[in-house]
Design a protein around this ligand. Sequence first.
Ligand SMILES: C[S@@+](CC[C@H](N)C(=O)[O-])C[C@H]1O[C@@H](n2cnc3c(N)ncnc32)[C@H](O)[C@@H]1O
Length: 210
Amino acid sequence: MLKPRDFNADRFAYDAMLPVFPLLAQQCLDDYQLDQGICLDIGSGSGHLGTEIAKITNMTIYYIDIDPQALAQAARLVAGSNIDNETHFIQADICQGLPLEDNFADFIISRGSMWFWKDQVQGTAEIYRVLKAGGTALIGGGLGRYVPPTMRQRFTALRRNSGHSENYRRLSAKELEAVAIKAGIPEFRIIEEEPKEKKGGWIEMHKPMV
Ligand SMILES: C[S@@+](CC[C@H](N)C(=O)[O-])C[C@H]1O[C@@H](n2cnc3c(N)ncnc32)[C@H](O)[C@@H]1O
Protein backbone atom coordinates (compact mmCIF):
# COMPACT_ATOMS: atom_id res chain seq x y z
CA MET A 1 0.00 0.00 0.00
CA LEU A 2 1.20 3.52 -0.70
CA LYS A 3 2.37 5.23 2.46
CA PRO A 4 2.26 8.97 2.97
CA ARG A 5 5.49 10.84 3.49
CA ASP A 6 6.95 10.44 6.95
CA PHE A 7 7.00 13.99 8.26
CA ASN A 8 9.76 13.34 10.80
CA ALA A 9 12.09 11.47 8.45
CA ASP A 10 11.55 14.12 5.82
CA ARG A 11 11.57 17.10 8.19
CA PHE A 12 14.07 19.17 6.24
CA ALA A 13 12.21 18.93 2.95
CA TYR A 14 8.89 19.58 4.67
CA ASP A 15 10.14 22.59 6.64
CA ALA A 16 11.37 24.12 3.39
CA MET A 17 7.75 23.96 2.17
CA LEU A 18 6.33 26.00 5.04
CA PRO A 19 6.28 29.40 3.22
CA VAL A 20 3.70 27.90 0.83
CA PHE A 21 0.94 27.51 3.42
CA PRO A 22 0.20 31.19 4.24
CA LEU A 23 0.13 31.94 0.52
CA LEU A 24 -2.30 29.12 -0.22
CA ALA A 25 -4.48 30.12 2.74
CA GLN A 26 -4.58 33.71 1.46
CA GLN A 27 -5.50 32.45 -2.03
CA CYS A 28 -8.42 30.47 -0.55
CA LEU A 29 -9.58 33.49 1.45
CA ASP A 30 -9.48 35.70 -1.66
CA ASP A 31 -11.11 33.16 -4.00
CA TYR A 32 -13.86 31.94 -1.68
CA GLN A 33 -14.36 34.92 0.67
CA LEU A 34 -13.63 32.79 3.73
CA ASP A 35 -14.57 34.43 7.03
CA GLN A 36 -16.95 32.50 9.32
CA GLY A 37 -18.25 28.95 9.48
CA ILE A 38 -16.68 25.51 9.33
CA CYS A 39 -13.51 24.57 7.46
CA LEU A 40 -12.32 20.97 7.08
CA ASP A 41 -8.62 20.32 6.39
CA ILE A 42 -8.71 16.73 5.14
CA GLY A 43 -5.46 14.79 5.22
CA SER A 44 -4.27 17.70 7.31
CA GLY A 45 -0.92 16.12 8.14
CA SER A 46 0.85 18.36 10.62
CA GLY A 47 -1.88 20.98 10.25
CA HIS A 48 -0.11 23.91 8.62
CA LEU A 49 -2.76 24.77 6.05
CA GLY A 50 -5.70 24.63 8.47
CA THR A 51 -3.73 26.74 10.93
CA GLU A 52 -2.85 29.39 8.34
CA ILE A 53 -6.56 29.58 7.43
CA ALA A 54 -7.37 29.94 11.13
CA LYS A 55 -4.92 32.86 11.45
CA ILE A 56 -6.73 34.96 8.83
CA THR A 57 -10.38 33.97 9.42
CA ASN A 58 -12.81 33.30 12.24
CA MET A 59 -13.53 29.81 10.95
CA THR A 60 -13.84 26.70 13.10
CA ILE A 61 -11.18 24.30 11.83
CA TYR A 62 -11.53 20.51 11.74
CA TYR A 63 -8.21 18.74 11.22
CA ILE A 64 -8.95 15.30 9.77
CA ASP A 65 -6.35 12.64 9.09
CA ILE A 66 -6.10 8.86 8.98
CA ASP A 67 -2.83 9.00 10.94
CA PRO A 68 -3.03 9.72 14.69
CA GLN A 69 0.61 10.89 14.75
CA ALA A 70 -0.14 13.53 12.12
CA LEU A 71 -3.09 14.72 14.20
CA ALA A 72 -0.90 14.88 17.31
CA GLN A 73 1.52 17.10 15.37
CA ALA A 74 -1.39 19.27 14.23
CA ALA A 75 -2.60 19.61 17.82
CA ARG A 76 0.91 20.68 18.91
CA LEU A 77 1.05 23.22 16.10
CA VAL A 78 -2.32 24.67 17.13
CA ALA A 79 -1.28 24.80 20.78
CA GLY A 80 1.87 26.72 19.83
CA SER A 81 0.10 29.11 17.47
CA ASN A 82 -1.49 32.33 18.57
CA ILE A 83 -5.00 31.50 17.38
CA ASP A 84 -8.26 31.41 19.27
CA ASN A 85 -10.40 29.73 16.61
CA GLU A 86 -12.42 26.70 17.68
CA THR A 87 -10.51 23.59 16.56
CA HIS A 88 -11.32 19.85 16.38
CA PHE A 89 -9.21 16.83 15.53
CA ILE A 90 -10.77 13.76 13.94
CA GLN A 91 -9.02 10.54 13.04
CA ALA A 92 -10.79 9.08 10.02
CA ASP A 93 -10.21 7.50 6.64
CA ILE A 94 -11.97 9.70 4.10
CA CYS A 95 -12.69 6.61 1.97
CA GLN A 96 -14.55 4.94 4.86
CA GLY A 97 -16.70 7.98 5.57
CA LEU A 98 -16.43 10.87 8.01
CA PRO A 99 -18.35 10.98 11.30
CA LEU A 100 -19.99 14.21 10.16
CA GLU A 101 -23.51 14.96 8.97
CA ASP A 102 -24.44 15.88 5.39
CA ASN A 103 -24.02 19.56 4.43
CA PHE A 104 -21.69 20.22 7.37
CA ALA A 105 -18.81 22.37 6.14
CA ASP A 106 -18.67 25.78 4.48
CA PHE A 107 -15.21 25.18 3.01
CA ILE A 108 -13.12 22.04 2.56
CA ILE A 109 -9.45 21.97 1.67
CA SER A 110 -7.44 18.84 1.06
CA ARG A 111 -3.87 19.28 -0.14
CA GLY A 112 -1.49 16.47 -1.04
CA SER A 113 -3.71 13.77 0.43
CA MET A 114 -5.87 12.31 -2.33
CA TRP A 115 -2.84 10.80 -4.06
CA PHE A 116 -2.78 8.33 -1.14
CA TRP A 117 -6.47 7.47 -0.95
CA LYS A 118 -7.41 3.89 -1.69
CA ASP A 119 -10.56 4.99 -3.48
CA GLN A 120 -10.32 8.53 -4.81
CA VAL A 121 -13.85 8.49 -6.22
CA GLN A 122 -15.34 7.45 -2.88
CA GLY A 123 -13.23 10.04 -1.00
CA THR A 124 -14.31 12.78 -3.38
CA ALA A 125 -17.98 11.81 -3.08
CA GLU A 126 -17.63 11.84 0.71
CA ILE A 127 -16.21 15.36 0.62
CA TYR A 128 -19.16 16.46 -1.50
CA ARG A 129 -21.58 14.84 0.95
CA VAL A 130 -20.30 16.86 3.92
CA LEU A 131 -20.02 20.11 1.94
CA LYS A 132 -22.79 22.64 2.62
CA ALA A 133 -24.99 23.87 -0.21
CA GLY A 134 -23.33 27.06 -1.41
CA GLY A 135 -19.94 25.86 -0.16
CA THR A 136 -16.70 25.11 -2.00
CA ALA A 137 -14.15 22.32 -1.72
CA LEU A 138 -10.65 22.34 -3.16
CA ILE A 139 -8.92 18.98 -3.29
CA GLY A 140 -5.73 17.83 -4.97
CA GLY A 141 -2.25 19.16 -4.63
CA GLY A 142 0.11 21.90 -5.58
CA LEU A 143 1.61 25.13 -4.33
CA GLY A 144 -1.15 27.53 -5.35
CA ARG A 145 -0.93 30.44 -7.74
CA TYR A 146 0.37 33.02 -5.21
CA VAL A 147 3.74 31.26 -5.01
CA PRO A 148 6.25 33.41 -6.90
CA PRO A 149 8.18 31.71 -9.72
CA THR A 150 11.47 31.86 -7.80
CA MET A 151 9.89 30.05 -4.83
CA ARG A 152 8.37 27.43 -7.13
CA GLN A 153 11.76 26.87 -8.78
CA ARG A 154 13.41 26.51 -5.37
CA PHE A 155 10.94 23.80 -4.29
CA THR A 156 11.27 21.95 -7.56
CA ALA A 157 15.06 21.96 -7.19
CA LEU A 158 14.85 20.94 -3.52
CA ARG A 159 12.58 18.03 -4.37
CA ARG A 160 14.87 16.95 -7.17
CA ASN A 161 18.07 17.28 -5.09
CA SER A 162 16.77 15.90 -1.78
CA GLY A 163 16.83 12.34 -3.08
CA HIS A 164 13.23 12.18 -1.96
CA SER A 165 11.53 9.71 -4.23
CA GLU A 166 7.80 10.21 -4.45
CA ASN A 167 6.02 7.06 -3.37
CA TYR A 168 2.74 8.27 -4.76
CA ARG A 169 1.36 9.33 -8.10
CA ARG A 170 -0.26 12.67 -8.68
CA LEU A 171 -3.20 12.58 -11.07
CA SER A 172 -3.23 14.43 -14.38
CA ALA A 173 -5.95 16.98 -15.15
CA LYS A 174 -7.78 14.37 -17.21
CA GLU A 175 -7.63 11.86 -14.37
CA LEU A 176 -8.84 14.44 -11.84
CA GLU A 177 -11.75 15.23 -14.15
CA ALA A 178 -12.61 11.52 -14.43
CA VAL A 179 -12.62 11.21 -10.62
CA ALA A 180 -15.00 14.17 -10.25
CA ILE A 181 -17.35 12.80 -12.91
CA LYS A 182 -17.37 9.30 -11.40
CA ALA A 183 -18.01 10.81 -7.96
CA GLY A 184 -21.11 12.49 -9.40
CA ILE A 185 -19.98 16.07 -8.72
CA PRO A 186 -22.38 18.29 -10.68
CA GLU A 187 -20.36 21.56 -10.62
CA PHE A 188 -16.59 21.46 -10.72
CA ARG A 189 -13.56 22.72 -12.56
CA ILE A 190 -10.04 21.40 -12.76
CA ILE A 191 -7.27 23.83 -11.87
CA GLU A 192 -3.96 22.85 -13.43
CA GLU A 193 -0.87 24.12 -11.68
CA GLU A 194 2.13 22.84 -13.48
CA PRO A 195 0.78 21.93 -16.91
CA LYS A 196 4.29 21.28 -18.17
CA GLU A 197 4.53 18.39 -15.72
CA LYS A 198 1.09 17.17 -16.85
CA LYS A 199 0.20 16.10 -13.33
CA GLY A 200 -0.90 17.70 -10.12
CA GLY A 201 -3.66 20.20 -9.75
CA TRP A 202 -6.97 20.56 -8.07
CA ILE A 203 -10.65 19.73 -8.30
CA GLU A 204 -12.60 22.79 -7.22
CA MET A 205 -16.18 21.78 -6.51
CA HIS A 206 -19.12 23.93 -5.70
CA LYS A 207 -22.33 22.59 -4.20
CA PRO A 208 -25.32 24.42 -5.63
CA MET A 209 -27.95 25.93 -3.35
CA VAL A 210 -31.12 23.84 -3.36
C1 LIG B 1 1.56 14.42 2.04
S1 LIG B 1 0.58 14.58 3.46
C2 LIG B 1 -0.14 16.20 3.21
C3 LIG B 1 -0.31 16.92 4.49
C4 LIG B 1 -0.81 18.36 4.36
N1 LIG B 1 -2.17 18.40 3.86
C5 LIG B 1 0.08 19.22 3.49
O1 LIG B 1 -0.40 19.87 2.58
O2 LIG B 1 1.28 19.24 3.76
C6 LIG B 1 -0.80 13.49 3.21
C7 LIG B 1 -1.68 13.33 4.43
O3 LIG B 1 -2.88 12.63 4.04
C8 LIG B 1 -3.21 11.71 5.06
N2 LIG B 1 -4.04 10.65 4.47
C9 LIG B 1 -3.66 9.67 3.59
N3 LIG B 1 -4.69 8.88 3.29
C10 LIG B 1 -5.76 9.35 3.97
C11 LIG B 1 -7.13 8.94 4.07
N4 LIG B 1 -7.57 7.89 3.39
N5 LIG B 1 -7.97 9.63 4.88
C12 LIG B 1 -7.50 10.70 5.58
N6 LIG B 1 -6.21 11.14 5.53
C13 LIG B 1 -5.36 10.48 4.75
C14 LIG B 1 -1.85 11.21 5.54
O4 LIG B 1 -1.90 10.59 6.79
C15 LIG B 1 -1.03 12.48 5.52
O5 LIG B 1 -1.07 13.15 6.75
